[in-house]
Design a protein around this ligand. Structure first.
Ligand code: EPU
Length: 422
């Protein structure tokens, strides 16, 4: 096992280059199932989640060749297999993004059900609704989603769920619809930049998707799609996490290779806390903080709202604010495991339904804490960077799912952080 050992209270300074987006890379890689010929994907982060998906794709007859650490060449060699097995899906629930493209191209798919996880219920009813609307027959059998369709036909489908639109459900429906006959209209589609990136990638490959980034998307089916070159968008959650790192250590850092426009709500909320953020260009910004952190209330929402994937990091920051903050989690209402570990470091946080009430404290103290999921581990590392003494973050495998070389990047900014095996 590995843990991260952090000696806190060191202001971060310097420049950090943000990696490509995990949550765009996954569905873009999966959408290669739909293409004929080679695609070259650049700015793909080197993460265990990407490797898990590559394992699934290899099992599905896709040849994956790394041209460099972040550039992958992808081509389909054999289209006979249609199974995404439990052994991979259990490691990464995002694996469900192969369902739509398998059905769209191979007319059959058997994908393990993702089940629940520490961030809450990972329902699939909207994925199934989208694919059924296109004419697929779907059964749940022995823990698998089994989907079949001789021919998919365009239709109108409303993907509104009780917690808002579904990101990968929208992705799956788009990926199934691009080769379907006729026009598909998705109402209440997810507008996340990652879904926009998949749609832009597919359009480069020959798809006809309109309304990208809007809540109504139309897709006119085409006969075939061909391999293309594409650079994945920057990871807005990694960027947001480094912004909080700059702020929580009262540092002064510059983030490069970001998309400023995708971070509007995160930046607005950090400014309310008292963090100074200056955009140097559309791809670069400077983050600094000197005074106390002001208490604020935040609510997570689907894009363009504040991302649920930034909630845990904001919680770490607000636990050091000058008063009470209320954090409302609207996307995954049970996503609060990190608060119990932050409490072990001295944070004062109460949970009431889908809210956490944070009574800001003047300092946190390092201790051994356990990461429960990817963003929880980021929040514990952030807390450790600010805390007095030594923080040890256990179950490090979570962080490697979504943050490329995080300790190298933080060390280069002056953090005292190292990975230890035990
Ligand atoms: N939902 C349903 N029915 C469905 C699908 C979703 O009720 O069929 C509900 C979920 O239970 C949840 C809400 O809708 O309450 C949103 O879930 P969504 O489907 O949008 O999540 P996802 O597509 O499975 C992606 C990201 C998550 C991120 C969410 C929300 C990937 C691989 N995962 O998940 O990222 O939190 O969107 O933005 O893109 C992470 O990176 O740490 C992470 C968890």
């Amino acid at each position: 096992m590995e843990m991260m050992v952090i000696e806190g209270e060191r202001p971060l300074e310097g420049v950090v280059k943000i990696s490509g987006s995990k949550n765009a890379s996954l569905p873009i890689l999966a959408s290669c199932i739909l293409l004929e010929g080679k695609s070259v994907l650049g700015n793909v982060p080197n993460l265990t989640d990407v490797k898990t998906l590559c394992q699934i794709l290899k099992g599905l007859g896709i040849v994956i060749e790394y041209k460099s650490e972040n550039t992958i060449e992808v081509s389909v060699e054999d289209e006979s297999d249609v199974i995404a097995p439990y052994e991979h899906v259990k490691k990464m629930r995002g694996s469900i993004c192969v369902l739509g493209p398998l059905l769209g191209r191979r007319k059959r798919a058997k994908v393990s059900l993702p089940g629940g996880c520490v961030i809450g219920n990972r329902a699939v009813d909207l994925h199934i609704k989208g694919l059924r609307a296109l004419g697929a027959e779907i059964k749940l059998e022995d823990g698998y989603i089994v989907a079949e369709a001789d021919k998919l036909k365009g239709a109108t489908v409303d993907l509104a769920g009780s917690n808002g639109p579904t990101v990968l459900g929208t992705g799956n429906t788009i990926m199934a619809a691009v080769l379907a006959e006729g026009r598909t209209t998705i109402l209440n589609a997810a507008r996340e930049p990652e879904i926009q990136d998949v749609a832009n990638f597919l359009n480069k490959a020959g798809a006809k998707i309109q309304g990208i980034g809007e809540s109504t998307i139309t897709i006119d089916g085409v006969e075939r799609l061909s391999g293309v070159e594409h650079d994945v968008i920057p990871d807005r959650i990694e960027a947001g996490t480094f912004m909080v790192a700059g702020a929580i250590t009262r540092g002064n850092i510059t983030l490069k290779n970001i998309c400023v426009d995708d971070l509007t709500t995160v930046v607005e909320k950090l400014r309310e806390v008292g963090v100074k953020i200056e955009n140097q260009s559309k791809q670069e910004c400077q983050v600094s903080c000197t005074g106390e952190f002001k208490h604020i209330d935040i609510s997570t929402l689907p894009y363009p709202g504040l991302p649920t994937d930034m909630q845990a990091q904001f919680t770490a920051l607000l636990s050091l604010a000058n008063g009470n903050s209320v954090v409302t989690e609207n996307v995954f209402p049970d996503r609060f495991m990190h608060t119990f570990e932050l409490a072990r470091m001295g944070a004062d946080i109460k949970i009431e339904n889908n809210r956490s009430i944070i009574n800001g404290v003047s300092s946190l103290c390092g201790t051994r804490v356990m990461a429960s999921d990817l963003r929880a581990s980021a929040s514990l590392i952030l807390a450790g960077l600010a805390a007095k003494g030594i923080t040890e973050v256990d179950r490090l495998y979570h962080i490697d799912r979504g943050y490329e070389r995080i300790e190298e990047k933080l060390s280069a900014l002056g953090a005292r952080i190292k990975r230890e095996r035990y």
